[in-house]
Design a protein around this ligand. Structure first.
Ligand code: FES
Length: 175
């Protein structure tokens, strides 16, 4: 049989444990977000592209659509300290006739992936935006998009991929 005092006491205990679970979940969520952000920033140098990257073939120049923001993937060699391995990175190509600009697909703020929305580049992590020339329009990115060295050889567009330091206003190669 349940006495009146037991009924009165059980409700606050349930509410307390519910609030405990909710605050625990909120704490875990905040820790996860901070962990991902700080982790990306801290370990990014260990996963930078290794040494001078070779030229990567992006295909015939005339196959790159004009006036559009075209995404291509390149394979780069990375040095993680304990060994080298290959990974895939994205680059963005803007072509106007023979004029070509190629941007790294890595956000200069904290290294999230750059994407597109309509005719501009965006980073969904913290809301940075750039125009098609790579100039910063909005958000916390400390500089414009990082352009990459490229050339056209035998009508093939080629790029030399590089990683750059994040979170600073100047474009500096990560070595
Ligand atoms: S990582 Fe892109 S805006 Fe912060």
């Amino acid at each position: 049989m349940v006495t009146p005092s037991e009924t009165e006491n059980s409700e606050p205990i349930e509410r307390r444990s519910f609030l405990g679970v909710v605050s625990g979940l909120i704490g875990a969520g905040i820790s996860a977000v901070l962990g991902v952000t700080i982790g990306r920033f801290a370990i990014a140098p260990a996963f930078s592209s290794s040494g001078e990257q070779p030229w990567t073939d992006l295909g015939p120049l005339e196959e790159i659509a004009e006036g559009k923001l075209v995404k291509k993937n390149v394979v780069v060699t990375q040095d993680a300290g304990w060994g080298k391995f290959q990974t895939q990175r994205s680059v963005w190509i803007v072509r106007k006739g023979e004029n070509v600009t190629i941007f790294s697909g890595v956000c200069p703020h904290l290294g999230c992936a750059v994407n597109i929305k309509a005719d501009k580049f965006i980073c969904a992590c913290h809301g940075s935006e750039w125009d098609e020339g790579g100039k910063t329009l909005a958000g916390p990115s400390p500089r414009g998009l990082d352009s990459l060295e490229h050339k056209v050889e035998e009508n093939k567009l080629k790029v030399r991929y590089q990683d750059f330091k994040q979170g600073i206003s100047s474009k500096e190669v990560l070595s």
